[in-house]
Write a protein that binds this ligand. Structure first.
Ligand SMILES: [Cu+2]
Length: 120
């Protein structure tokens, strides 16, 4: 009884560890395209709250929402007329135009969390 229980627990532990490893490699293992910057949406808003891209270079933001405790379930770029849902745990890529120097903002659906994208 005790032995079987120990065995079961160790099998479970191995399975969990393997599961974690798989998750980490699929999430962190995918290489970001050139010019991509990761942005996290959590209970404090967007992180980083300000990013800078070089004019003329490829640029994109890869958003991942990490919690349900946030209003940032979508991201809005008013100047680009872009609005995208941010499903929890799913990377959402938004291409940033860098043809001219400018400052863009992105924000949550209600405009509470605001962040800046500077192209220069
Ligand atoms: Cu909000």
């Amino acid at each position: 009884m005790t032995f079987r229980r120990t065995l079961l627990l160790s099998i479970l532990a191995v399975a969990l560890a393997a599961g974690c490893k798989d998750k980490a490699s699929s999430a962190g293992g995918a290489p970001l395209p050139p010019g991509a910057i990761e942005v996290t949406a959590d209970e404090n808003g967007f992180k980083p709250s300000s990013v800078t891209f070089k004019k003329g270079a490829p640029a994109s933001l890869v958003f991942t929402r990490t919690t349900d405790e946030t209003c940032a379930t979508e991201v809005v770029f008013p100047a680009l007329d872009v609005k995208k849902d941010l499903p929890k745990g799913t990377a959402v890529t938004i291409d940033i135009p860098t043809d001219k120097a400018q400052k863009l903002t992105f924000q949550c659906g209600m405009g509470m969390y605001k962040s800046a994208v500077v192209i220069d």
